[in-house]
Write a protein that binds this ligand. Structure first.
Ligand SMILES: [Zn+2]
Ligand SMILES: [Zn+2]
Length: 369
């Protein structure tokens, strides 16, 4: 039997998110129906709505959902009704990268997470009698109830505050994972992090856990730099106050061992490579405008410097998200310090406060009971 859900539709860059009642079709054999308790808003949701990341609209977005399992398909064995879960993306489970523990490089990643539809082209939402795209990152969590793919449903301990857990599924996995899984900095090494949003700040937490001795954060927002210092950055740089690369070279006596670029701004990408010591790696995390080229100076690259893209912290999420939940319990992931809760109905205000004014770092929408 199908259920009703209240979901926020992204219609176009010009129009605000619109809350609508719609029909939620029952879960298939490999799917899980989840009652969403709360969902984070991630920059990618806003980029899709604004069409900077041009996926087809209308679509129900949202990909940091946390909730309670309401119903499971017959082949689902790892969660049961009543479990607390965090939702993450889907993967095929049988391609080479899935077998290597890298589900976010799955050959079917785009179809399963970005098309708004299942692999067979169907969807699980019906609005005014018409199919509505609703498989964003295999969940579309801007909705009171969702149908999620089993591989992206991750059980978390029920004694942790569920309304805070959603960002573990994207922002925290991306930030902490990029440092711990992809860059793997040695204790005592230095790292420069460009952009102090949720992902950059989670990178600071990962760098601190890794024992980095210099954690340098770059951002134009002074309040975010202050937050970075409070959670473990050793130095902060505001690019409006001088040459960023020069400052990093001087703070690290010759260049950072690692860098993490979270802004996607092409000039910042260059800085994130040019601030490295030879040899050194930059992880490109920020989504750059499509079809952009970045004029890397080969003189910089030849001496062992390099850049590579990292998606979702290269995490095997079924293991990594519970690991993050335990780190949170132990106080190592203090992201609750920069969360602001909003009622679901105030989704447009939450987007404004985080993306337009930048006042709020991580908005979380609370669903009505
Ligand atoms: Zn995200
Ligand atoms: Zn795969």
């Amino acid at each position: 039997m199908s259920a009703q859900t209240l979901a926020a539709i992204a219609l176009s860059p010009e129009k605000p998110f619109e809350l609508r009642e719609m029909e939620l079709l029952p879960p298939r054999s490999d799917e899980v129906q989840v009652k969403i308790k709360a969902t984070g808003i991630c920059h990618t949701d806003i980029a899709v709505k604004e069409q900077a990341f041009a996926l087809p609209l209308p679509m129900v977005l949202g990909h940091e959902g946390a909730g309670v399992v309401e119903q499971v398909g017959e082949s689902v064995t790892h969660v049961k009704v009543g479990d607390h879960v965090v939702l993450c993306g889907d993967s095929c489970g049988h391609c080479r990268n899935c077998h290597s523990g890298l589900p976010f490089y799955c050959v079917e990643f785009a179809q399963r997470n970005l098309s708004g539809e299942r692999v067979d082209g169907s969807t699980c939402l019906v609005c005014d009698g018409e199919a509505m795209r609703g498989r964003f990152v295999a969940q579309s969590s801007f909705s009171t109830h969702v149908i999620a793919s089993t591989r992206g449903v991750i059980k978390v301990p029920s004694d942790l505050p569920l309304e805070l857990m959603g960002p573990l599924g994207c922002g925290l996995t991306t930030g902490v994972g990029t440092v711990m899984n992809a860059l793997k900095p040695e204790p005592g090494s230095s790292i420069a992090i460009f952009g102090a949003g949720t992902v950059g700040l989670a990178g600071v937490m990962g760098a601190k856990l890794s024992g980095c001795s210099k954690i340098i954060v770059v951002d134009i927002n002074q309040a975010r730099l202050q937050m970075a210092l409070e959670i473990g950055a050793t130095d902060v740089i505001n690019p409006e106050q001088g040459d960023v690369v020069e400052k990093i070279l001087s703070l690290t006596a010759g260049g950072a061992n690692y860098s993490m670029e979270c802004t996607g701004v092409p000039t910042v990408v260059l800085q994130a490579v040019n601030c490295l010591t030879p040899p050194g790696w930059c992880a490109q995390v920020g989504v750059t405008p499509s079809a952009i080229t970045v004029p890397l100076e080969m003189d910089q690259v030849v001496f062992g410097r390099g850049i590579r893209g990292v998606v979702m912290g290269e995490a095997n999420v079924q293991n990594f998200v519970p690991y993050l939940a335990e780190l949170f319990r132990q106080g190592h992931l203090p992201y609750d310090r920069f969360v602001k809760f909003y009622d679901f109905a105030d989704i447009n205000q939450a987007v404004y406060d985080s993306a337009v004014t930048g006042e709020v770092i991580k908005p979380i929408l609370r669903m009505p009971e």
